[in-house]
Design a protein around this ligand. Structure first.
Ligand code: SAM
Length: 327
């Protein structure tokens, strides 16, 4: 059930055009209050409800794609995993966002004469699932239409993949791209949840953003220094009804954890459920971790996957690592 909160007075230039902020589910309100109080707001809330639309605006920009990649590596990995003469392909994607990256992968696969696929989109954000479904609807690569289902990959395994397969023996690839892994609080646990949701022999196609030693701090911060990003990062707090003028967002590079972090400092006291949070309180509302390939390998292995191949694109910071489930 959705609950809503009107947005308070806004300092943003496009304030008049902005639709009211809202939470997708009633329990998201309470979880965001919890995040505000604890000082750590998991990033998944910046994708759901009204935040899905601010994310959609963000994800249409060049800076966003410089972080998430543009489909070439996922296409290459999928094409390589495809065994000649094998039966139908099932593809389950975790976190398709607004579907733009997926649409590009599909376009490239069609060019490769990849056979039609059965596709299941899984996401924490039901609103983004609708946005992605609209974008991908009617794509000629989708053999049996498009299915989608809510899943919080951080909370535990899902039965949705097995239900969708309905006893069919076709092999499955799980697409998990766009450096979503770098947004999660516990990447090993999330990948273990994925493994426990699939069968032995199923594949993982994991897209991450690599650390580049040539990048200085300013280059790492640059994609996030925009009004569109600020809108996206603050949206869960605005959905609580907090006055935007009280939210001071800084983008910092946390070298110890190799992550770009968005930190909000409250410029005045704000209500949080029954409590009040004082001025000066800080909340981490965004994180995007950078990896080196060895770290990705360690995470994939610690989650119980058997590593298969790495796909790198010279001149970019993107990598796709494939693995199979030993069951
Ligand atoms: C960084 S975006 C990536 C979008 C797209 N894959 C791309 O490459 O542009 C993260 C996506 O993962 C979803 N997501 C974030 N946290 C999640 C979670 N805990 N469980 C499931 N989906 C999640 C978001 O809603 C969003 O669709």
């Amino acid at each position: 059930m959705a609950s809503s909160a009107e947005r308070g007075p806004s300092a943003g230039a496009d304030a008049e055009a902005k639709a009211p902020s809202f939470f997708e589910r009633a329990d998201h309100h309470d979880a965001v209050v919890q995040g505000l109080l604890s000082g750590v707001l998991p990033l998944k809330f910046a994708y759901a409800g009204s935040a899905a639309y601010t994310h959609d605006r963000l994800a249409r920009g060049e800076g966003y794609q410089s972080v998430t990649g543009l489909g070439t590596l996922a296409r290459r990995a999928l094409s390589e995993l495809r065994e000649p003469g094998a039966g139908p392909v099932r593809l389950a994607e975790i976190g398709p966002g607004n579907g733009r990256h997926t649409a590009e992968v599909f376009r490239q696969l069609r060019q490769d004469k990849f056979p039609p696929v059965s596709y299941l989109a899984l996401d924490f954000s039901e609103t983004l699932l609708e946005v992605a479904a609209q974008r991908l609807h009617g794509d000629p690569l989708l053999a049996t239409g498009l299915h989608h289902s809510f899943w919080d990959v951080e909370s535990g395994p899902t039965a949705a993949i097995e239900e969708w397969r309905a006893g069919d023996a076709a092999s499955l690839s799980v697409l998990f791209v766009g450096n979503t892994l770098g947004n999660l609080e516990d990447p090993v646990a999330a990948l273990a949840h994925v493994r426990h949701s699939v069968r032995a022999g199923d594949r993982l196609i994991l897209g991450v953003t690599l650390r580049d030693p040539a990048d200085d701090v300013e280059a790492l911060r640059a994609p996030y220094l925009t009004e569109v990003f600020e809108d996206a990062a603050l949206e869960p707090l605005l959905a609580l009804g907090i006055d935007r003028r009280l939210l001071d967002l800084s983008i910092v590079y946390d070298a110890s954890a190799d992550q770009v972090v968005g930190e909000v400092r409250l410029l005045g006291a704000v209500p949080a459920g029954e409590a009040e949070v004082p001025a000066g309180h800080t909340v981490r509302c965004f994180r995007s971790r950078r990896f080196d390939l060895d770290e990705v390998h360690a995470i994939v292995s610690a989650a119980g996957w058997k590593r298969e191949a790495d796909h790198l694109e010279p001149g970019t910071r993107h990598a796709v690592v494939t693995a199979s489930s030993p069951g």
